[in-house]
Write a protein that binds this ligand. Structure first.
Ligand code: GCB
Length: 608
């Protein structure tokens, strides 16, 4: 039960109580809390909303930049009628590591800041009474955990995080926390795979439970009519005249899973399922057998004050903007997002490239520039003593991400890393290990990819071949040959593309990043870099290049919105490559994209 990643649902056998709200919070810079019994009460807490990142709530810099241990604490009531069932506390995430205590007793720990985990509370909780929940969280970065970074100690003794990545290291309990009541014999996992035969669909399923009783799975259409049923822990649901899930035209069935003993329902769970297939064929991406050209964004979970804390207002606004602008896809750069985002994508008909938090697998300065560039120093990230430990963690995270997200119709591909170092053959075994593992884990065998950094070129990259489609992050006209040199940038870009054309075989390519930092306040005629006019010129140049190569099958611009990063000379209070501002208002480029994406045919480049 504890390892179940099923999204919490209320059914005839299950209960869910939200624990979100104001909790107690306290920093623990000396890491003294465990020994000092803080799990039985924090000595000097302040209040803190959950879910949220703690960072931008504070008004002093030491608190915002805090690195180390910190505690959250709340009380929760367990109804007496739950006795005899499992009681579970379910965290949507805790960034980056967590130890959970109930009434002072440690019940679980978890490593990794972007995926859910459960704490089993049965046996530790008092029924019909309030109980104490305490969580010791730590936000330090290292090279053995994802995302990668370092933690440094300043001369005044304070620790600070040094990310190897270009987004702020927001931390805390950033996703919902729920108290669950689940039967002792319960459904712990449910997996579907779709086969479409003319008008009908056969949905293969597997159900995992903690017991031996029989399982029944029933499918209902959107109006609530039963359309198929099957018995057993594995089976096939035959759905006649199946309505397929599609881009901007989603159709969702409800699948109800029950453990039964005769007429008695022992456990019941349900999920919403879109029936669709997605695959790479030749140089095309096919959704339900039809060509699709990806258009959209790399995003972040990032907003004013909330940081990375789940905020459904922002999530909903983002989907409205993505619909308005004519996009159909986004990448969950650079970590798996909150589950609520995937459910909304299922409902709105958006495609997701689902990314692990494997970012920063390259030694870097200023958070995003490779340390070995131009210094003559050869750093091979995947040769380090710590690499086996990192790989083990990476496999764990990949396993949980696929387990959590495998049934979403919106999820079409796995992005297994972002911008790792790939110019040395020591990287290859690391990649092969994970790409094979993803295939093994995913019954739908979704395509796998990783985002290839600028310095990894056709003649230097040793790893691109593991990808089912290749994803390029390119900044010609921004980091290289920007401003007045943009015509040289276009030339250099085309030369690189010709290099890929010579070696790619049939494989499709997409762009997972291209973009130019742009201040929403700046206009300039003629353009200069950072002005809105330059962002438009930059985009025109990039799109000219994309449009010249038929095997470029998608464009996900960097970034959907401006976002917070660590401060530094390369960032003007964050990364400003947003097509929208951080407050989700359009820059000029938004209208530029709307015009382009509204005019590109749905199956752009499909008939060649
Ligand atoms: C990249 C990274 C992304 C950065 C972006 C940039 O290549 O993948 O995390 O934010 O470049 O703006 O420099």
């Amino acid at each position: 039960m504890v390892s179940s990643l099923l999204y919490p649902r209320v059914t005839s056998t299950r209960r869910v109580i939200s624990l979100d709200g104001m909790w107690n919070f306290q920093f623990d810079p000396a890491s003294e809390g465990v020994a000092a019994n803080w799990a039985n009460g924090l000595p000097a807490p302040v209040s803190m909303p959950v879910p949220s990142s703690f960072c931008d709530i504070f008004t002093d810099k030491d608190s915002r930049e805090y690195a180390g241990d910190f505690w959250y604490e709340t009380d929760f009531f367990v109804p007496g009628e739950w006795e005899g069932n499992e009681v579970v506390i379910r965290f949507g995430s805790a960034t980056h590591t967590a130890r959970v205590f109930i009434n002072g007793t440690e019940v679980c720990s978890h490593v990794g800041g972007f995926l859910p985990f459960n704490a089993l509370a049965t046996g530790v909780v008092k029924y019909n009474e309030y109980n104490k929940l305490s969580v010791l969280v730590n936000n330090e970065l290292s090279e053995t955990m994802l995302p990668c970074g370092a933690t440094q100690t300043l001369s005044n003794g304070k620790k600070v995080c040094a990310p190897y990545f270009d987004f702020y290291n927001y931390a805390g309990i950033q996703r919902p926390v729920k108290l669950l009541m689940i039967p002792k014999e319960s459904i712990t996992d449910f997996t579907v795979n779709h086969n479409i035969n003319d008008a009908d669909a056969d949905v293969d399923y597997t159900v995992e439970t903690t017991g031996e009783n029989n399982v029944v799975v029933t499918a209902y259409d959107a109006k609530g009519n039963q359309v198929a049923e099957s018995c057993g822990k594995t089976g096939t649901l035959h759905i006649e005249n199946a309505k397929l899930w599609n881009v901007h035209a989603p159709y969702l069935y409800k699948f109800v899973v029950k453990i039964v003993d005769g007429d008695k329902v022992i456990d019941e769970y349900y999920d919403t399922i879109g029936i669709r297939t997605f695959k790479v064929e030749g140089e095309k991406l096919l959704l339900n057998g039809k060509h699709v050209y990806l258009r959209g964004f790399g995003k972040h979970e990032d907003a004013d004050i909330r940081g990375r804390g789940l905020d459904m207002v922002t999530v909903k606004r983002d989907f409205e903007l993505m619909k308005w602008i004519g996009s159909n896809c986004f990448r969950t750069s650079h970590y798996p997002y909150a589950e609520e985002v995937y459910y909304m994508a299922d409902e709105e008909g958006f495609l997701i490239i689902d990314e692990t938090p494997a970012v920063g697998l390259m030694e870097s300065t200023m958070n995003f520039l490779a340390a070995n560039q131009g210094t003559g120093k050869k750093v091979t990230f995947f040769e380090k003593e710590t690499t086996p430990v990192l790989l083990e963690h990476h496999r764990e995270v990949l396993k949980d991400m696929i387990k959590r997200d495998k049934n979403h119709a919106s999820v079409i591909a796995w992005s297994i890393l972002n911008e790792p170092e790939t110019n040395h053959e020591t990287a290859t075994p690391y990649f092969e290990n994970l790409f094979d593992y993803a295939h093994e884990l995913d019954v739908q065998k979704r395509p796998r990819t990783f985002a290839v950094v600028m310095m990894s070129l056709p003649h230097t990259c040793k790893c691109w071949q593991v990808s089912d489609f290749v994803s390029l992050n390119r900044y010609y006209g921004w980091y290289v040959m920007g401003g007045a040199d943009i015509s040289d940038a276009e030339e250099a870009f085309r030369q690189e593309m010709d290099g890929w054309a010579a070696i790619r075989g049939e494989r499709p390519f997409i762009f997972t990043e291209y973009g130019a930092d742009t201040l929403g306040s700046e206009h300039k005629l003629p353009s200069v870099m950072w002005s809105q006019e330059y962002q438009d010129e930059y985009l025109d140049m990039n799109h000219r290049v994309f449009d010249s190569y038929d095997w470029v099958q998608g464009e996900l611009v960097w970034n959907f919105a401006d976002f917070q990063t660590t401060e530094g000379i390369m960032r003007a209070n964050g990364n400003k490559k947003g097509i929208f501002t951080r407050q989700r208002q359009p820059k000029d480029a938004a209208f530029h994209f709307k015009a382009r994406w509204d005019s590109l045919p749905v199956d752009y480049k499909g008939d060649k």
